[in-house]
Structures are given as structure tokens and as C-alpha cells.
Design a protein around this ligand. Structure first.
Ligand SMILES: N[C@@H](CCC(=O)N[C@@H](CS)C(=O)NCC(=O)O)C(=O)O
Length: 202
């Protein structure tokens, strides 16, 4: 059984979507970040940086512990043989879009939240610069999605799973209304049963 340590954040949601889409049987263990459960000695043994998400996969007599959204998504895709192509060229495309999302966009969206809400005093102007940078990268996604059904091409992939929770967050404040192809993709994914099941209580 795979154990999924998470909290309801965009990084946690990306893995929840992947597990749901891949149909991987798992146990979800909430790590309450507000109560500091991610700083317990037990959790720090799994991820010394004290952050969710983490998966612990027990099979074949050994434990595989993985943190970092990108690493977990690749691990799960390889484990299930889904949502990552086998051919090097198509695979490289998926990894390119996956890391574009994670390193250029997710980081800016998180740092926007950090500067706007978590640090005292807040830095709203700097926060906004980072958000605008993330949105400007989504213009590149928008052009890609004008030509392709999904983020990395014509097949649904782990790049879509990493992107969906971030676009969902930005869509709440009308920040992506000028990106029609990204909106089309977002609405299309929203109607998928596996994704609906992740957000059913929100
Ligand atoms: N680069 C990391 C980011 C993980 C991350 O920022 N996790 C946040 C929640 S979304 C967290 O656990 N924060 C708690 C903390 O930093 O104390 C990844 O890809 O997993």
C-alpha cells in the first residue's frame, strides 16, 4: 500500500490528482501544516526539508520514499506506466512542460503567496511582480494549448496534473480570463471524474 502524506495545497493537490487519475490504491495521511506536524521528528525522517507532499511506497519488501512534486509525479507515472510516454522525444516534451510549470510558474505563485500572506510585514508589490511573471508564462501555455489539447501535446500527462491546481488557484481571481485556450483546457480537466473527486468537498 502506498502512503500519501499531504495537506490541501496546490502541491498536495497535484499528487492527489495523479493518484486518482492513475487509479493507484493508497492511504492519505494528512500532515497539518498549520499545527506544524511537518516539523515532527517522524515526518522529518521522511523529508528533511519538512514539506509535503511525500509518498512512501511499500512493495516488493522495500520502502520507496519520494518527495518533490516533480519526482513524485515521474515515479508514479513510471510505476503505473501511464501519463508519461516511453519514447524519448515525447517523454522529453512532457518533462519540459512539467518543469516549466514547477520551476518557473509554481515557484512564483508560491512566493507570491509567501510575500503577500505569510511573512510579516507583507510585501504586496513584490508579490504582485511574481504573480504577473507566472501569468506571463501562462501566455506560453495558452499558445501551446491553441495547437494541442493538453499541456505537453495531444496526450494527457503528468504535466497537466502539475499545472491544474495552480491554474485553478489563479482562475479564482480572474487572473487568467485573457487566456482563452488555457481556460478551455482548465474547463476540460475540471469535468474529468478523477479531478472532480479531488475537489468534491471544496
Ligand atoms: N518544491 C517542493 C515544494 C513543497 C512545498 O512547498 N510544500 C509546502 C506546501 S505546498 C509545505 O509543505 N510547506 C511547509 C513549510 O515549508 O514549512 C515540492 O515540489 O514538493
Amino acid at each position: 500500500m502506498l502512503k500519501f502524506y499531504t495537506y490541501n495545497t496546490i502541491n498536495g493537490q497535484a499528487i492527489a490528482i495523479a493518484l486518482s487519475e492513475m487509479g493507484i490504491n493508497h492511504q492519505t495521511i494528512e500532515v497539518d501544516l498549520l499545527k506544524g506536524e511537518n516539523r515532527s521528528s517522524e515526518f522529518l525522517k521522511l523529508n528533511p526539508s519538512g514539506r509535503i507532499p511525500v509518498v512512501v511506497d511499500e512493495h516488493g519488501g522495500e520502502s520507496t520514499v519520494v518527495s518533490q512534486v516533480g519526482a513524485i509525479l515521474i515515479y508514479l507515472a513510471e510505476r503505473s506506466g501511464q501519463f508519461i510516454p516511453a519514447k524519448p522525444k515525447e517523454r522529453a516534451q512532457v518533462l519540459e512542460w512539467l518543469f516549466f510549470q514547477l520551476t518557473d510558474i509554481s515557484v512564483n505563485v508560491f512566493n507570491n503567496f509567501y510575500l503577500k500572506s505569510l511573512v510579516k510585514p507583507n510585501h504586496p508589490e513584490a508579490a504582485n511582480v511574481l504573480k504577473q511573471r507566472a501569468i506571463s508564462f501562462y501566455q506560453v501555455f495558452d499558445s501551446q494549448l491553441q495547437q494541442h489539447e493538453y499541456v505537453a501535446g495531444d496526450e494527457l500527462s503528468i504535466a497537466d496534473f502539475a499545472s491544474f491546481p495552480v491554474v485553478r488557484r489563479l482562475s479564482e481571481s480572474a487572473d487568467i480570463n485573457s487566456l482563452p485556450n488555457l481556460l478551455r483546457w482548465y474547463q476540460q480537466l475540471t469535468s474529468r471524474p478523477a479531478i472532480k473527486s479531488i475537489y468534491k468537498n471544496t
